[in-house]
Every structure is written in C-alpha cells, then in structure tokens.
Write a protein that binds this ligand. Structure first.
Ligand code: ARG
Ligand code: GLU
Length: 746
C-alpha cells in the first residue's frame, strides 16, 4: 500500500469551471467525462441507467476507488488491475510488441501463445511502463492567471508556459510522483494529473494470435466480432511497493484497488462503464473542417496507405519469416487505414456536415439575439472558414510528409537514428551513444526487409511526385533532378542499393570506426537531412502561420459555443487523459432492415474458421474444447459468450479499458468500435456508434480451460452480483461501512 497522505482536497470547482460545464442534459452514450467531475455532472444520469455505485466509488482521493485499478499502459493503451498481486489485463494488440519482442521462429509466442508457469517465468520488458493516476485537480485559475483576451497567441502561450513552470516548481509532490498539466476545451481550461509510473512490467500470459487476433484485419473495426483480444502482464514494485526499474528482488505490486470479475454476464440494457485513457477526438470542429477531413484529408491518407499495404501484404503472404517481421507494422498501418475509410462512410451516412451546419445556424441565430456576444464572436465562423481553405493543401502536404517519411517508408528510420546520433556525438560521449544507437538499429533491422521497403519507396515516391507540387520538396531531390521525368527505379538504386542503410553490417562498421564523414555522404542520409530541412524550414512555418491563429479561433469558438448554447452538453475532447464513458449493452441497425444483436458466441468463432488461413485459423485445442462443449462456469445457456457491443463513447487509447458493471466489477475488455461508428471521433451518433468488447468470461475461460493457467485464475476474485451475491470491495474491509451512504449495494 502506498504511504498516502493526501493534501487537503484543493478547491476544485471554481466558478469559471462551473460556468463552462453547466447546465447540460447528458444522455447515455456520448461523452468522455473527467472522473473527478462525475459527482457534479453524471452521477444522476448514470444511476438512472442502472448504476448502483456512487461517484465516490468511481473516483475518490480519500479512499481506494475504481480509479486506482485503471492503468495507462505504456502511454498508448489502457489496462486494469484484476488481482491483489498486480495482475494487469489489457488487449492482445496492446501487448503485441512485447509479445513479439520475446518471440522467435523457434519460440513463437505470437503464434503459440505464452503462459508463465510460475512467477519467475514472467518475462521482463525494458521499455514498458504502467501509469496510475493518483489525483486530478482543476488548475485553470493558476494556469490562466494574468492571461487576457488582448494578448497575441504568442504572448498567451508564453504566459501559460511560465505559469505552468512556476506551478510545477511550487507543487508539493512525492519523489515518485510526476505531474502532468493538460489543456481542456481547446485551452479554455487546465487540469492537473498527478501520476505514478511503474517501470517493471512483466509479460504473464497471452493467447495465440489465432485467438487474440482472430479475424485480424478482415474483421478489424467490424461486427459481428469473435476475437479474444487480451493479454496479461504484472506490475512489480520495490519492497516499499513503489516504482523501481527491473530487479529480481522486486515483488508483485500490492494495488490500492483491483477489479473483481463478474461471472454473471451481460444482457441488452445492462449498464456499462468504460474507464480508460482515450487518445484524441475533435468533437467541436466546424462543419467545413469536418468536410475537409471527409473529402480531402482522409482520402489522401487512405490512398498512401493503400499502396504501402498492398506491397507488404504480398510479401507477408509469400514468406512466413516476413509475416512475423511485418505482423506488428502491418497491423498498425492497416488499422488506421481502415478506420479512416469507416470514418468517411459514417460521416456521410449520418450527414455529419449538415448536422454541424445546423448547430452553426443555431449558434448564429442565438448570437443575433445577444448583441454583446455577436460583437465578440460574429465573424468567427467566417474567419475560420477562410483559414481552413488556406490551410488545406498544406495540411495534405503534411500528411504526405508524415506518412511517407516518418511512417511508411522505413529506410528513413535508421537514417533518422544516425542523424540524431551524429548531432549529439562528441569526443567524450561517442562510445556510449554509439552503443545505444546500435542497439536501437539492431531492433529495427531485426524486422526489416529491404526488398519490401524498396518497393514501398518506389510506389510512394511516385504518388508524392504525382500528387503534390514541388514547392516544398527536399533540396536533394530538386538538385539532383530526380523529379524530372522521375524514374523511381533509378531513385531506388541510389537510395537503396547504394546506401549503407540497406547494409547494416557496413553501417555498424562505419559507426565503430568513427567514419562519420562517410555516413554523412550517404545519399539516403543526405536525402533525409534535406527532408527534415524542407519540413522544418519550408512547410512547417507556413503551416503554423495559419494553424496558430486557427487554434486560437478554435478556442474562442469552443468558449463561444458553451456560452451561446448553454443547453447543449459539452464534454472535453479526448487528450490521452483519464476518462469515464458510460452506456448500455446494445446492438444497432447497420442499415435499413438489418439488426445487429449485441452478443457473439464461440459457435460464431467456429463458423468463421478457415484451416491454414492467416486470419481465420484456429488452434486444435480450441476446436477440441468446442467439440466437448467444455465451458464450465463460463457458459450461458450452453453457449460460450465471446464479444459484445455497447453504446459507450470510446476512441483509440481505450483499448484494454475494463468494462465495468453497475456494481464495480469487470464484465469485459474494450478493444474496438464498429466501422461506421469510428466517426464518433468527430461526430458521435447514438444510432450507429458502438464499442466492441471481449466478454470477461471468454478471457477467463481461455486462461482456465484453454491454457490451464490455474495459478492465475486463483488470484482473481469472482463475484455474482446479479445473483445477489455481494461483491465486497477490498476497501470495504479497511473502511467499515458508513451508515449514511446514499447507495448501498453490498
Ligand atoms: N481497431 C482496434 C484499435 O484501433 C484494434 C487494432 C488491432 N487489431 C488489428 N487487427 N490491427 O486498436
Ligand atoms: N483499438 C483501439 C485502441 O487501440 C480502440 C478502438 C477505438 O479506436 O475505439 O485503442
């Protein structure tokens, strides 16, 4: 247990904040809410939906609460603590890189799964961290002190940066705590998060990919779904239960709270709460910005990735070694490629642009009735519209830079490592830096196929030269006239065949022999240096010249919306901070005349089975268990539940989020959204936005019956809240029941 002594709860609800957030009528479904404001904003709504907990049970600074079982997993995903010994549950796709890093063709944990037989078999991961949120506070007043409407963007930024710095310096925190201050509502509000990060996180278990990733990219973002997308880790701590880097002496974390597992299952209409770290949404963009994403930005991104993916797919299908090397990279690129396609479809299907236009019309109409506000905000939308038109081609260009040079074409990654290394290296630090750089290069080359990348390069350079004007091209390309009647094969000869980056052994040798001049002469190195230069000196200043005023208009527009349409409900956009979403178990109508049920079963997994297929194959053991109908206590009327749907508002980053029932027990594991519903990042629509979850009974069944991981199952606390069995919280034992609780659910 942490030696916790909380600061007296600071004044949280400043009048400023209240005027922003009230009043609004929250409906189930839409919204990603700040846990510390739930008591004010959502509790009644949640209870009306069937929740039996109080806001204090969800977030408390005074006692253990659900919050203490929710863990940011390596900064990108969510996970939750499901045992008193720090057992951490997240998605298979969140643990993927860790599982892959321990896999070889001989010991292929990705393919065969991995189950640590005993604690000492749990596998160390040097680059994996797990972060808890200790407390959340509103610091708007402190951070915006001295900021005025008259300031320029630059002055405002400087003042805020100065305030943040001073605040951090003065803030009393423990040695092992960190503080994070983030803007909300486009910079109208600032919230502080005090975090505690553990760095010894070990791999405990993972099903074979055929279960964890069943359906792979074909099924990704789609319903009906049949995936066992989970993996297990464990947080280790030092003898004081505090964060410490890996040591054989570290012990499993003793958490402040862990989630009991409900074996009662879910039914349509059941209350669901998703607790996690949603990454990014943009719910308050004006109509023309949404239209730009739908018609210009998304199509550009999709086209680029289309090209890269086709080439990778072909190589992966032809060679199992390449399949293993490229599995993680391919999945990452395919994931958002498919998401953007779904996003466009959903935006069009729900007439998102027209919907936003309607809000704008209402906004303008209301403004007209309030002369003071009209004076302040009257021209805002027109001005923003102008800026969006101005920025459009630069925004597309930026996508090209990011997608080509920092993501899809791989050879620039080692070039970038070398560029950073050479910029930092001097007489004294050369050796240690060189050794770090070589380590990271080795990790890169382990999964690199120059032949595949060379094809991607050719294909994408063709697209680049065809689709965007030369004004911002890197000098190296311009000077060498690569773009006149560009011959991509000739370019590939120079930037691959003649480059040391296609020959790692040679590269390592040059590093060892300190032949830095030779590295700097490499054509690919020089090209990349010029790419960075073009990006920084040509594109970015121009882009930022429009983006900065646009951001400040967006901030004003946000404030204006809240002021002018106070009856609308506003919740802050996702920004990687801790949030609660809630809704119900429910299906939806993907199209007229078609109704999707909210639950799938093992029989559906078997129905999709294609022996030998790389997406739909299944392990023999699963087939045998199905034949034997060996479902034990995890069955539901003779069937084994697999996945279910809900109306919780989630986004990327919510992967691995626990799905919690009305009483505070875990019932599922969030891992995806339905395809057309992915536009919820820009425009949530209750009719088609659904999140997809693994039924917790499928997870435990796999651990128990499939993997025989009894020692892990034994750590977990099982409850039957629906059957009337009380799910006592671990904190109850330490904090005896108070008489005057508003909601008694034990
Ligand atoms: N779409 C889910 C998410 O955004 C799952 C991605 C991983 N699975 C996959 N087949 N690529 O993360
Ligand atoms: N799979 C996503 C993730 O990694 C969650 C799905 C979504 O975007 O909602 O966070």
């Amino acid at each position: 247990m942490f030696p916790q002594k909380y600061n007296i709860m600071r004044k949280i609800f400043f009048p400023v904040l209240l005027s922003f957030l009230l009043p609004f009528t929250a409906l189930a479904g839409e919204g990603m809410w700040l846990p510390f404001l739930i008591g004010q904003l959502n509790e009644a709504d949640m209870q009306a939906l069937g929740m039996k907990m109080s806001a204090e049970d969800i977030y408390s600074v005074n006692k253990g609460s659900l919050k203490d079982a929710i863990v940011h997993f390596n900064g990108g995903c969510t996970s939750s603590i499901i045992s008193p010994q720090g057992l951490l549950l997240t998605n298979h796709h969140c643990g993927f890189s860790a599982i892959q890093s321990h896999s070889t063709l001989q010991n292929n944990y990705l393919q065969d799964g991995f189950w640590a037989k005993k604690q000492s078999d749990e596998l160390r991961n040097d680059h994996l961290v797990a972060t808890f949120i200790d407390r959340i506070e509103d610091v708007t007043q402190e951070i915006l002190a001295g900021v005025t409407d008259k300031m320029t963007t630059k002055q405002r930024q400087n003042k805020i940066a100065q305030n943040i710095k001073a605040f951090k310096k003065a803030y009393a925190k423990k040695k092992y705590e960190e503080i994070l201050i983030k803007p909300f509502f486009k910079g109208n509000q600032y919230i502080l998060f005090v975090t505690i990060t553990y760095t010894d996180v070990r791999l405990v278990g993972a099903p074979p990919s055929a279960i964890g990733k069943f359906g792979a990219d074909t099924d990704n973002w789609e319903w009906p779904r049949h995936s066992g997308d989970f993996s297990l880790f464990r947080i280790y701590a030092n003898k004081d239960n505090l964060p410490a880097d890996y040591s054989p002496d570290n012990q499993p974390l003793r958490p402040k709270h862990y989630l009991p597992v409900s074996l009662d299952g879910v039914e349509t209409g059941d209350f669901t709460l998703v607790y996690g770290f949603p990454g990014r949404t943009d719910e308050y963009l004006p109509s023309f910005a949404v239209k730009q994403i739908q018609d210009v930005i998304d199509p550009a991104r999709i086209e680029i990735r289309d090209h890269a993916l086709k080439i990778m797919d072909k190589a992966m299908r032809a060679d199992p070694a390449i399949r293993l090397q490229y599995a993680s990279k391919y999945a990452r690129i395919a994931n958002y490629w498919k998401k953007w396609i779904g996003e466009r479809t959903g935006l069009k299907k729900t007439h998102a642009v027209a919907k936003k236009e309607k809000i704008e019309a209402e906004f303008i109409q209301k403004l007209a009735q309030k002369p003071q506000l009209a004076q302040k905000y009257g021209d805002l939308l027109d001005e923003m519209d102008g800026k969006y038109q101005e920025i459009e081609f630069l925004a597309v260009y930026r996508e090209y830079f990011h997608e080509l040079f920092f993501r899809n074409i791989e050879i620039f990654k080692p070039a970038n490592s070398l560029r950073r290394f050479l910029a930092k290296a001097n007489q004294e630090n050369y050796q240690p830096l060189a050794s770090d750089t070589k380590k990271s290069l080795e990790r890169f080359y382990k999964d690199y196929q120059v032949g595949v990348d060379r094809e991607v390069f050719k294909s994408l350079m063709q697209l680049f030269t065809d689709n965007v004007c030369t004004a911002y091209f890197p000098d190296y390309l311009l000077a060498n006239r690569y773009l006149e009647g560009y011959d991509t094969e000739q370019m590939a000869t120079e930037f691959y065949d003649k480059s040391i980056f296609a020959h790692p052994e040679k590269l390592y040798q040059l590093i060892d022999e300190k032949k830095t001049d030779e590295i700097k002469k490499d054509p690919t190195y020089r090209l990349f240096v010029d790419i960075i230069d073009a990006y920084r000196t040509k594109l970015t200043p121009e882009y930022n010249g429009i983006k900065a005023p646009l951001d400040s208009m967006q901030r004003q527009y946000m404030a204006a919306l809240m002021e002018v349409l106070p009856e609308k409900k506003f919740y802050p956009d996702a920004n990687g901070t801790m949030r609660v979403s809630y809704g119900q178990v429910e299906g939806y109508q993907p199209k007229d005349g078609v109704q999707y049920l909210p639950k799938t079963y093992l029989s559906g997994v078997i129905a999709k089975y294609v022996p030998g297929d790389y997406e739909f194959d299944l392990p023999q053991r699963l087939l045998d268990l199905y034949e034997a109908k060996d479902y034990g206590r995890y069955a539901e009327n003779g069937r084994l539940p697999v996945n279910f749907l809900g109306s919780n508002h989630t986004t990327g980053g919510n992967s691995g989020s626990p799905v919690i029932d009305a009483y505070g027990n875990i019932i599922g594991l969030n891992f995806d959204r339905v395809w057309e519903g992915t536009m919820s990042d820009l425009n949530y629509d209750r009719s088609i936005c659904r999140n997809i979850m693994v039924d917790i009974r499928y997870v435990i069944w796999i651990m128990d019956k499939y993997a025989g991981a009894q020692r892990l199952v034994d750590e977990i606390k099982f409850v039957h809240p629906k059957a009337g069995q009380k799910s006592r919280k671990p904190w109850d034992e330490k904090h005896p029941k108070k008489k005057k609780r508003r909601h008694r659910w034990w």
